[in-house]
Ligand binder design. Sequence first.
Ligand SMILES: [Zn+2]
Ligand SMILES: [Zn+2]
Length: 246
Amino acid sequence: MVGGGLLRLLLDWIVPSTCAGCGAERMEVGGSGACRCCWGSIRELDPAAACPGCALPAAGGRCRDCGDTPSPISRAAAFGEYDGTLKTLISAYKFHGFDILSAPFAERLARLARSSGLEQGAPAVVGVPSTRSRNRQRGFDPGVLLARETARRLGLQTLPALRRLRSSPPQSRLSRSDRMANVAGVFEGTASAAGRPVLLVDDIVTTGATAFAAARALHRAGTSRVHLLVLARTLVPVGPTAPECA
Ligand SMILES: [Zn+2]
Ligand SMILES: [Zn+2]
């Protein structure tokens, strides 16, 4: 009993003891960071229907925005809609200490990369870096960790091909064109991915402004092609919702 109690204490210290989505106890959560109900409640998106420029569901063609303004991204796919449980889990990952979610997120991204064919041609994997000050606060860089974990599962190389030069002011209240202007010049590409195709990994895409700025920086540094693999894609503007699993 004493040994079991000590093991429990040790596990509580190493692994978050509740589901990051609904707060259910560990018995259901295991090492996946969230319970089965929460993972099962995520609305996955069909990669065959994704706009190749931004991953927005567009019946297999380009969405209107990418039709109007050519995207710097050749192909794109998103795992799920940025809403409900997935939104809660990403927030837990980035802001509430659930870096354990990098593993189950990466498993799903690797599966998506294979099913959508985005991993073909052995591209190097590149994460979208956050600012140094934010990374210092949280102890890790969520975009870069997600890219590294995904690359490991795909057997691909990760490259530090993007540098963030500055933070960008909050985007949530800005229009699409203002967001594009807001992130212009935020990233700089390095020579590490010059002449190579790249699989860019990001956690959230809303208008695509940040991913486009990252892709343009990679192209300026000589990257031959940029594919985008994203965890969550905003479909319509929505407010926060609570999962109903607990
Ligand atoms: Zn849950
Ligand atoms: Zn598009």
